[in-house]
Unconditional design. Structure first.
Ligand code: 4AD
Ligand code: MG
Length: 433
Protein backbone atom coordinates (compact mmCIF):
# COMPACT_ATOMS: atom_id res chain seq x y z
CA UNK A 1 0.00 0.00 0.00
CA UNK A 2 1.29 3.49 -0.85
CA UNK A 3 1.33 6.53 1.40
CA UNK A 4 -2.05 7.92 2.45
CA UNK A 5 -3.32 10.76 0.23
CA UNK A 6 -1.94 14.28 0.83
CA UNK A 7 -4.75 16.73 1.55
CA UNK A 8 -4.78 20.41 2.39
CA UNK A 9 -6.17 21.40 5.78
CA UNK A 10 -8.89 23.42 4.08
CA UNK A 11 -10.18 20.22 2.44
CA UNK A 12 -9.95 18.03 5.53
CA UNK A 13 -13.73 17.80 5.94
CA UNK A 14 -13.95 15.53 2.89
CA UNK A 15 -11.60 12.97 4.50
CA UNK A 16 -13.05 12.44 7.97
CA UNK A 17 -12.29 8.96 9.29
CA UNK A 18 -9.70 8.17 6.58
CA UNK A 19 -5.96 8.20 7.03
CA UNK A 20 -4.38 11.22 5.30
CA UNK A 21 -1.11 13.10 5.10
CA UNK A 22 -0.71 16.78 5.95
CA UNK A 23 2.36 18.74 4.91
CA UNK A 24 3.01 21.93 6.80
CA UNK A 25 4.60 23.83 9.65
CA UNK A 26 4.19 23.88 13.41
CA UNK A 27 2.54 27.02 14.62
CA UNK A 28 2.52 25.95 18.22
CA UNK A 29 3.24 22.90 20.36
CA UNK A 30 1.83 22.17 23.80
CA UNK A 31 3.06 19.09 25.70
CA UNK A 32 0.69 17.58 28.22
CA UNK A 33 1.94 14.37 29.85
CA UNK A 34 1.56 11.47 27.44
CA UNK A 35 0.01 13.81 24.85
CA UNK A 36 1.29 16.67 22.70
CA UNK A 37 -0.97 19.11 20.94
CA UNK A 38 0.42 20.56 17.72
CA UNK A 39 -1.19 23.40 15.84
CA UNK A 40 -0.21 22.72 12.25
CA UNK A 41 -0.64 25.18 9.40
CA UNK A 42 -0.21 24.47 5.70
CA UNK A 43 -1.26 27.82 4.25
CA UNK A 44 -4.79 26.64 3.52
CA UNK A 45 -5.71 26.55 7.19
CA UNK A 46 -4.78 25.42 10.70
CA UNK A 47 -5.61 22.20 12.50
CA UNK A 48 -4.88 20.76 15.91
CA UNK A 49 -3.01 17.46 15.75
CA UNK A 50 -2.90 15.17 18.78
CA UNK A 51 0.26 13.16 19.29
CA UNK A 52 -0.40 10.28 21.67
CA UNK A 53 2.50 8.36 23.21
CA UNK A 54 0.31 5.26 23.37
CA UNK A 55 -0.47 5.25 19.64
CA UNK A 56 2.87 6.52 18.36
CA UNK A 57 5.39 4.75 20.58
CA UNK A 58 8.31 6.17 22.55
CA UNK A 59 10.65 7.03 19.62
CA UNK A 60 8.14 8.95 17.54
CA UNK A 61 6.84 10.70 20.64
CA UNK A 62 10.36 11.88 21.54
CA UNK A 63 10.82 13.08 17.96
CA UNK A 64 7.80 15.33 18.37
CA UNK A 65 9.50 16.92 21.39
CA UNK A 66 12.04 18.51 19.03
CA UNK A 67 9.39 20.41 17.12
CA UNK A 68 9.94 24.14 17.49
CA UNK A 69 7.68 26.89 16.14
CA UNK A 70 7.81 26.85 12.30
CA UNK A 71 9.47 23.44 12.02
CA UNK A 72 8.31 21.73 8.85
CA UNK A 73 6.84 18.24 8.88
CA UNK A 74 4.70 15.62 7.25
CA UNK A 75 2.11 14.09 9.54
CA UNK A 76 -0.04 11.09 8.88
CA UNK A 77 -3.26 10.80 10.80
CA UNK A 78 -7.00 10.44 10.87
CA UNK A 79 -9.16 13.59 10.95
CA UNK A 80 -12.27 13.63 13.08
CA UNK A 81 -14.93 16.22 13.61
CA UNK A 82 -14.62 18.04 16.92
CA UNK A 83 -16.88 20.96 17.61
CA UNK A 84 -14.46 22.31 20.26
CA UNK A 85 -11.51 22.43 17.84
CA UNK A 86 -10.88 25.81 16.13
CA UNK A 87 -11.87 24.99 12.49
CA UNK A 88 -14.05 22.06 13.59
CA UNK A 89 -11.61 19.16 13.03
CA UNK A 90 -8.79 17.47 14.87
CA UNK A 91 -6.13 15.10 13.60
CA UNK A 92 -5.28 11.91 15.48
CA UNK A 93 -1.60 11.46 14.52
CA UNK A 94 -0.45 7.97 13.49
CA UNK A 95 3.02 8.83 12.12
CA UNK A 96 5.32 11.83 12.02
CA UNK A 97 8.20 12.84 9.77
CA UNK A 98 10.23 15.93 10.54
CA UNK A 99 11.51 17.77 7.46
CA UNK A 100 13.36 20.59 9.20
CA UNK A 101 13.69 21.73 12.80
CA UNK A 102 13.42 25.52 12.74
CA UNK A 103 15.76 27.84 14.64
CA UNK A 104 14.08 30.04 17.27
CA UNK A 105 11.51 31.98 15.23
CA UNK A 106 11.89 35.77 15.47
CA UNK A 107 8.21 36.61 15.06
CA UNK A 108 6.37 35.65 18.21
CA UNK A 109 2.68 36.01 18.97
CA UNK A 110 3.41 39.08 21.07
CA UNK A 111 3.49 42.79 20.33
CA UNK A 112 6.53 43.56 18.20
CA UNK A 113 7.22 47.09 16.97
CA UNK A 114 6.16 47.87 13.42
CA UNK A 115 9.76 48.42 12.29
CA UNK A 116 10.73 44.96 13.54
CA UNK A 117 7.77 43.35 11.81
CA UNK A 118 8.48 45.11 8.52
CA UNK A 119 12.15 44.06 8.69
CA UNK A 120 10.88 40.50 9.09
CA UNK A 121 8.09 40.78 6.56
CA UNK A 122 9.29 37.59 4.82
CA UNK A 123 8.52 35.69 8.07
CA UNK A 124 5.68 37.90 9.33
CA UNK A 125 3.64 36.66 6.33
CA UNK A 126 3.16 33.37 8.19
CA UNK A 127 1.08 34.87 10.97
CA UNK A 128 -2.64 34.22 11.08
CA UNK A 129 -3.52 37.88 10.77
CA UNK A 130 -1.31 38.55 7.78
CA UNK A 131 -2.65 35.47 6.08
CA UNK A 132 -6.20 36.70 6.61
CA UNK A 133 -5.37 40.09 5.08
CA UNK A 134 -3.62 38.60 2.06
CA UNK A 135 -6.36 36.05 1.44
CA UNK A 136 -8.85 38.90 1.38
CA UNK A 137 -6.55 40.77 -1.02
CA UNK A 138 -6.55 37.66 -3.22
CA UNK A 139 -10.35 37.60 -3.14
CA UNK A 140 -10.59 41.30 -4.00
CA UNK A 141 -8.29 40.91 -7.01
CA UNK A 142 -10.29 37.90 -8.14
CA UNK A 143 -13.55 39.84 -7.75
CA UNK A 144 -12.11 42.73 -9.82
CA UNK A 145 -11.34 40.37 -12.68
CA UNK A 146 -14.68 38.60 -12.40
CA UNK A 147 -16.64 41.86 -12.36
CA UNK A 148 -15.13 43.14 -15.58
CA UNK A 149 -15.09 39.79 -17.30
CA UNK A 150 -18.81 39.29 -16.59
CA UNK A 151 -19.39 42.59 -18.37
CA UNK A 152 -17.33 41.68 -21.45
CA UNK A 153 -14.35 43.92 -20.69
CA UNK A 154 -11.09 42.77 -22.30
CA UNK A 155 -7.99 42.63 -20.10
CA UNK A 156 -5.27 44.74 -21.71
CA UNK A 157 -2.02 44.95 -19.73
CA UNK A 158 -0.37 48.35 -19.72
CA UNK A 159 3.43 48.71 -19.84
CA UNK A 160 5.51 49.48 -16.75
CA UNK A 161 8.21 51.52 -18.56
CA UNK A 162 6.71 54.59 -20.15
CA UNK A 163 7.79 57.91 -21.67
CA UNK A 164 4.66 59.63 -20.28
CA UNK A 165 3.74 61.31 -17.01
CA UNK A 166 0.08 60.46 -16.43
CA UNK A 167 -0.50 61.84 -12.94
CA UNK A 168 1.77 64.87 -12.64
CA UNK A 169 5.52 65.24 -12.96
CA UNK A 170 6.33 65.52 -9.26
CA UNK A 171 5.92 61.84 -8.35
CA UNK A 172 7.80 60.15 -11.19
CA UNK A 173 10.36 57.40 -10.69
CA UNK A 174 12.93 57.87 -13.42
CA UNK A 175 15.12 55.23 -14.87
CA UNK A 176 17.68 54.97 -17.60
CA UNK A 177 16.35 53.12 -20.64
CA UNK A 178 19.32 52.59 -22.96
CA UNK A 179 20.38 56.25 -23.07
CA UNK A 180 16.75 57.31 -23.06
CA UNK A 181 14.85 58.43 -20.03
CA UNK A 182 11.93 56.28 -18.95
CA UNK A 183 9.48 56.51 -16.06
CA UNK A 184 7.87 53.76 -14.09
CA UNK A 185 4.18 54.01 -14.87
CA UNK A 186 1.93 56.02 -12.54
CA UNK A 187 -1.23 54.62 -14.12
CA UNK A 188 -2.18 52.42 -17.07
CA UNK A 189 -4.92 54.86 -18.08
CA UNK A 190 -3.38 56.40 -21.19
CA UNK A 191 -2.78 52.95 -22.66
CA UNK A 192 -6.26 51.96 -21.53
CA UNK A 193 -7.61 54.80 -23.67
CA UNK A 194 -5.79 53.47 -26.73
CA UNK A 195 -7.09 49.99 -25.97
CA UNK A 196 -10.67 51.25 -25.46
CA UNK A 197 -10.58 52.66 -28.99
CA UNK A 198 -9.52 49.22 -30.18
CA UNK A 199 -11.73 46.98 -28.02
CA UNK A 200 -14.52 49.19 -26.67
CA UNK A 201 -14.44 48.09 -23.04
CA UNK A 202 -11.11 47.24 -21.43
CA UNK A 203 -9.37 47.11 -18.09
CA UNK A 204 -5.84 46.76 -16.86
CA UNK A 205 -4.65 45.49 -13.52
CA UNK A 206 -1.07 45.82 -12.45
CA UNK A 207 1.55 47.60 -10.39
CA UNK A 208 1.91 51.37 -10.57
CA UNK A 209 4.56 53.62 -9.05
CA UNK A 210 4.64 57.01 -7.40
CA UNK A 211 7.55 58.71 -5.74
CA UNK A 212 5.34 60.23 -3.06
CA UNK A 213 7.52 61.84 -0.46
CA UNK A 214 4.78 61.44 2.06
CA UNK A 215 4.70 59.09 4.99
CA UNK A 216 1.02 58.49 5.51
CA UNK A 217 -1.13 55.48 6.20
CA UNK A 218 -2.53 55.67 2.66
CA UNK A 219 0.59 55.94 0.52
CA UNK A 220 2.86 53.35 -0.97
CA UNK A 221 5.58 53.88 -3.60
CA UNK A 222 4.46 50.79 -5.45
CA UNK A 223 0.78 49.92 -5.47
CA UNK A 224 -1.62 47.96 -7.65
CA UNK A 225 -4.41 49.51 -9.58
CA UNK A 226 -7.38 48.14 -11.52
CA UNK A 227 -8.41 50.53 -14.27
CA UNK A 228 -11.44 50.12 -16.55
CA UNK A 229 -11.75 52.35 -19.60
CA UNK A 230 -14.87 52.54 -21.77
CA UNK A 231 -15.41 54.04 -25.22
CA UNK A 232 -18.62 56.06 -25.74
CA UNK A 233 -18.95 56.41 -21.94
CA UNK A 234 -19.40 59.66 -20.05
CA UNK A 235 -18.90 60.66 -16.44
CA UNK A 236 -22.32 59.42 -15.28
CA UNK A 237 -21.68 56.00 -16.84
CA UNK A 238 -18.45 55.42 -14.95
CA UNK A 239 -20.01 56.66 -11.72
CA UNK A 240 -22.64 53.94 -12.10
CA UNK A 241 -19.91 51.46 -13.01
CA UNK A 242 -17.81 52.33 -9.94
CA UNK A 243 -20.85 51.96 -7.69
CA UNK A 244 -21.76 48.52 -9.06
CA UNK A 245 -18.10 47.49 -8.99
CA UNK A 246 -17.40 48.39 -5.37
CA UNK A 247 -20.65 46.83 -4.18
CA UNK A 248 -19.87 43.57 -5.94
CA UNK A 249 -16.29 43.41 -4.64
CA UNK A 250 -17.40 43.91 -1.03
CA UNK A 251 -20.20 41.39 -1.50
CA UNK A 252 -17.77 38.76 -2.80
CA UNK A 253 -15.49 39.18 0.20
CA UNK A 254 -18.49 38.82 2.51
CA UNK A 255 -19.57 35.65 0.69
CA UNK A 256 -16.19 33.95 0.62
CA UNK A 257 -14.02 35.26 3.45
CA UNK A 258 -16.12 35.26 6.62
CA UNK A 259 -13.45 33.39 8.55
CA UNK A 260 -10.70 35.87 7.63
CA UNK A 261 -12.93 38.85 8.43
CA UNK A 262 -13.56 37.28 11.82
CA UNK A 263 -9.81 36.82 12.42
CA UNK A 264 -9.42 40.54 11.73
CA UNK A 265 -12.36 41.33 14.01
CA UNK A 266 -13.92 43.30 11.19
CA UNK A 267 -17.35 44.78 11.88
CA UNK A 268 -19.30 42.93 9.17
CA UNK A 269 -22.35 45.17 9.47
CA UNK A 270 -20.28 48.05 8.07
CA UNK A 271 -19.55 46.02 4.94
CA UNK A 272 -23.10 44.74 4.60
CA UNK A 273 -24.21 48.35 4.22
CA UNK A 274 -22.23 48.72 0.97
CA UNK A 275 -25.11 48.45 -1.51
CA UNK A 276 -26.22 50.87 -4.22
CA UNK A 277 -27.11 53.67 -4.39
CA UNK A 278 -24.14 55.60 -2.98
CA UNK A 279 -24.49 59.27 -2.10
CA UNK A 280 -23.29 61.62 -4.86
CA UNK A 281 -22.13 65.16 -4.18
CA UNK A 282 -20.44 67.76 -6.32
CA UNK A 283 -17.17 69.27 -5.18
CA UNK A 284 -19.00 72.54 -4.55
CA UNK A 285 -21.60 70.85 -2.35
CA UNK A 286 -18.83 69.16 -0.41
CA UNK A 287 -16.99 72.45 0.19
CA UNK A 288 -20.19 73.94 1.64
CA UNK A 289 -20.73 70.93 3.82
CA UNK A 290 -17.15 70.84 5.09
CA UNK A 291 -17.16 74.55 5.83
CA UNK A 292 -20.29 74.12 7.88
CA UNK A 293 -18.54 71.32 9.76
CA UNK A 294 -15.76 73.70 10.71
CA UNK A 295 -13.16 72.94 8.03
CA UNK A 296 -10.90 75.84 7.10
CA UNK A 297 -10.52 74.74 3.47
CA UNK A 298 -11.10 77.31 0.75
CA UNK A 299 -13.09 76.87 -2.40
CA UNK A 300 -10.75 75.81 -5.18
CA UNK A 301 -8.46 73.78 -2.91
CA UNK A 302 -8.12 70.06 -3.35
CA UNK A 303 -9.21 67.93 -0.40
CA UNK A 304 -6.50 66.73 1.92
CA UNK A 305 -6.69 63.57 3.98
CA UNK A 306 -8.30 65.59 6.76
CA UNK A 307 -11.16 66.84 4.56
CA UNK A 308 -11.70 63.39 3.06
CA UNK A 309 -11.93 61.83 6.50
CA UNK A 310 -14.29 64.52 7.74
CA UNK A 311 -16.57 64.00 4.75
CA UNK A 312 -16.51 60.22 4.56
CA UNK A 313 -17.30 60.00 8.27
CA UNK A 314 -20.66 61.56 7.44
CA UNK A 315 -21.85 58.50 5.53
CA UNK A 316 -22.03 54.77 6.05
CA UNK A 317 -21.49 54.12 2.33
CA UNK A 318 -18.82 55.21 -0.12
CA UNK A 319 -19.39 58.77 -1.37
CA UNK A 320 -19.01 59.78 -5.01
CA UNK A 321 -17.63 63.29 -5.24
CA UNK A 322 -17.72 64.72 -8.75
CA UNK A 323 -16.82 67.87 -10.66
CA UNK A 324 -13.65 68.99 -8.88
CA UNK A 325 -11.92 72.18 -10.05
CA UNK A 326 -10.04 71.60 -13.32
CA UNK A 327 -7.04 73.31 -11.71
CA UNK A 328 -6.45 70.58 -9.09
CA UNK A 329 -6.85 67.63 -11.45
CA UNK A 330 -4.76 65.88 -14.11
CA UNK A 331 -4.30 67.31 -17.62
CA UNK A 332 -6.58 64.85 -19.43
CA UNK A 333 -9.83 65.74 -17.65
CA UNK A 334 -12.77 66.89 -19.77
CA UNK A 335 -14.19 70.22 -18.58
CA UNK A 336 -17.85 70.42 -17.62
CA UNK A 337 -19.66 72.31 -20.44
CA UNK A 338 -21.97 73.84 -17.81
CA UNK A 339 -19.05 75.25 -15.81
CA UNK A 340 -15.66 75.03 -17.56
CA UNK A 341 -13.83 75.56 -14.23
CA UNK A 342 -15.05 72.16 -13.16
CA UNK A 343 -13.90 68.79 -14.52
CA UNK A 344 -16.10 65.84 -15.43
CA UNK A 345 -14.29 63.72 -12.88
CA UNK A 346 -15.07 61.79 -9.75
CA UNK A 347 -13.41 60.39 -6.68
CA UNK A 348 -14.91 57.69 -4.53
CA UNK A 349 -14.24 58.12 -0.84
CA UNK A 350 -14.57 55.00 1.29
CA UNK A 351 -16.51 55.19 4.55
CA UNK A 352 -15.06 54.99 8.09
CA UNK A 353 -12.51 57.68 7.29
CA UNK A 354 -10.59 55.68 4.68
CA UNK A 355 -10.64 58.46 2.11
CA UNK A 356 -10.13 58.23 -1.64
CA UNK A 357 -10.01 54.73 -3.07
CA UNK A 358 -11.10 55.48 -6.65
CA UNK A 359 -10.25 58.34 -9.01
CA UNK A 360 -11.50 58.73 -12.55
CA UNK A 361 -13.77 60.50 -15.00
CA UNK A 362 -14.27 61.55 -18.58
CA UNK A 363 -11.25 62.26 -20.81
CA UNK A 364 -10.76 65.07 -23.30
CA UNK A 365 -11.54 63.68 -26.73
CA UNK A 366 -11.00 66.81 -28.82
CA UNK A 367 -7.54 67.14 -30.37
CA UNK A 368 -7.09 70.90 -30.03
CA UNK A 369 -8.31 71.02 -26.46
CA UNK A 370 -5.97 68.21 -25.46
CA UNK A 371 -2.98 69.71 -27.27
CA UNK A 372 -3.55 73.01 -25.48
CA UNK A 373 -3.88 71.26 -22.12
CA UNK A 374 -0.63 69.34 -22.63
CA UNK A 375 1.13 72.59 -23.34
CA UNK A 376 -0.37 74.30 -20.30
CA UNK A 377 0.90 71.40 -18.15
CA UNK A 378 4.37 71.59 -19.76
CA UNK A 379 4.11 68.02 -21.01
CA UNK A 380 6.19 67.11 -24.03
CA UNK A 381 4.14 66.97 -27.24
CA UNK A 382 6.66 64.46 -28.56
CA UNK A 383 6.13 61.89 -25.81
CA UNK A 384 2.36 62.36 -26.10
CA UNK A 385 2.14 62.19 -29.90
CA UNK A 386 0.67 58.69 -29.77
CA UNK A 387 -1.88 59.82 -27.19
CA UNK A 388 -2.88 62.76 -29.36
CA UNK A 389 -3.26 60.36 -32.30
CA UNK A 390 -6.22 58.80 -30.48
CA UNK A 391 -7.98 62.15 -31.02
CA UNK A 392 -7.23 62.06 -34.75
CA UNK A 393 -8.62 58.70 -35.73
CA UNK A 394 -12.22 58.13 -34.73
CA UNK A 395 -12.17 60.01 -31.44
CA UNK A 396 -15.14 59.39 -29.15
CA UNK A 397 -16.14 60.49 -25.66
CA UNK A 398 -14.69 57.97 -23.22
CA UNK A 399 -14.25 57.57 -19.51
CA UNK A 400 -12.78 55.29 -16.89
CA UNK A 401 -11.42 55.07 -13.39
CA UNK A 402 -8.72 53.50 -11.27
CA UNK A 403 -9.05 51.81 -7.91
CA UNK A 404 -6.01 51.40 -5.69
CA UNK A 405 -6.06 47.77 -4.55
CA UNK A 406 -4.23 48.40 -1.27
CA UNK A 407 -6.56 51.17 -0.17
CA UNK A 408 -9.53 48.95 -0.95
CA UNK A 409 -7.97 46.10 1.03
CA UNK A 410 -7.23 48.39 3.99
CA UNK A 411 -10.82 49.58 4.06
CA UNK A 412 -12.46 46.17 3.59
CA UNK A 413 -10.18 44.59 6.21
CA UNK A 414 -10.53 47.58 8.54
CA UNK A 415 -6.77 48.16 8.82
CA UNK A 416 -5.17 51.32 10.11
CA UNK A 417 -2.39 51.38 7.49
CA UNK A 418 -1.82 50.16 3.90
CA UNK A 419 1.52 48.54 4.80
CA UNK A 420 -0.16 45.22 5.68
CA UNK A 421 -2.27 45.07 2.51
CA UNK A 422 0.49 44.05 0.08
CA UNK A 423 2.89 41.12 0.50
CA UNK A 424 6.06 43.24 0.38
CA UNK A 425 5.29 46.94 0.85
CA UNK A 426 7.51 49.55 -0.78
CA UNK A 427 7.38 52.59 1.45
CA UNK A 428 9.31 55.80 1.81
CA UNK A 429 12.93 54.73 2.51
CA UNK A 430 11.94 51.07 2.88
CA UNK A 431 13.07 48.62 0.21
CA UNK A 432 13.91 45.60 2.41
CA UNK A 433 13.05 42.74 2.32
O1 4AD B 1 -6.55 59.27 -8.36
P1 4AD B 1 -5.42 58.62 -9.11
O2 4AD B 1 -4.13 59.33 -9.16
O3 4AD B 1 -6.01 58.34 -10.56
C1 4AD B 1 -5.32 57.79 -11.59
O4 4AD B 1 -4.21 57.35 -11.54
C2 4AD B 1 -6.14 57.68 -12.85
N1 4AD B 1 -5.22 57.73 -13.99
C3 4AD B 1 -6.93 56.40 -12.80
C4 4AD B 1 -7.83 56.25 -14.01
O5 4AD B 1 -8.71 57.05 -14.22
N2 4AD B 1 -7.63 55.21 -14.77
O6 4AD B 1 -5.18 57.17 -8.50
C5 4AD B 1 -6.20 56.22 -8.47
C6 4AD B 1 -6.21 55.47 -7.16
C7 4AD B 1 -6.47 56.35 -5.94
O7 4AD B 1 -7.83 56.61 -5.77
C8 4AD B 1 -5.90 55.48 -4.84
O8 4AD B 1 -6.81 54.46 -4.47
C9 4AD B 1 -4.73 54.83 -5.51
O9 4AD B 1 -4.94 54.88 -6.90
N3 4AD B 1 -3.47 55.49 -5.18
C10 4AD B 1 -2.57 55.05 -4.27
N4 4AD B 1 -2.59 53.98 -3.46
C11 4AD B 1 -1.54 53.76 -2.65
N5 4AD B 1 -0.45 54.57 -2.62
C12 4AD B 1 -0.39 55.66 -3.41
N6 4AD B 1 0.71 56.43 -3.39
C13 4AD B 1 -1.48 55.94 -4.28
N7 4AD B 1 -1.75 56.92 -5.20
C14 4AD B 1 -2.96 56.61 -5.72
MG1 MG C 1 -6.86 60.82 -7.13
Amino acid sequence: MGAPPHVSIARIATMVGQEVQLKGWVRHRRPSGKLQFLTIRDGSGDIQAVVNKGTLGETQFELANQLTQESSLVVTGVPRADTRAPGGYELEVTALEIIHVAEPFPVQPKDHGVGFLLDHRHLWLRSTRQQAVLKIRHEILKACRTFFEERDFILIDAPIFTPNACEGTTTLFQTDYFEQMAYLTQSGQLYGEAAAAAFGKVYCLGPTFRAEKSKTRRHLMEFWMVEPEVAFAELADVMDLAEAFLSMVVQRVLETRQEELKTLERDISKLEAIVPPFPRLTYDEVVKRLTSLGSSMREGDDFGAEEETLLSNQFDKPVLVHRYPVAVKAFYMQADPVNPDRALCMDVLAPEGYGEIIGGGQRIHDYQTLAARLEAHHLSAEAFQWYLDLRRYGSVPHAGFGMGIERAVAWICGLAHVRETIPFPRMLYRLYP
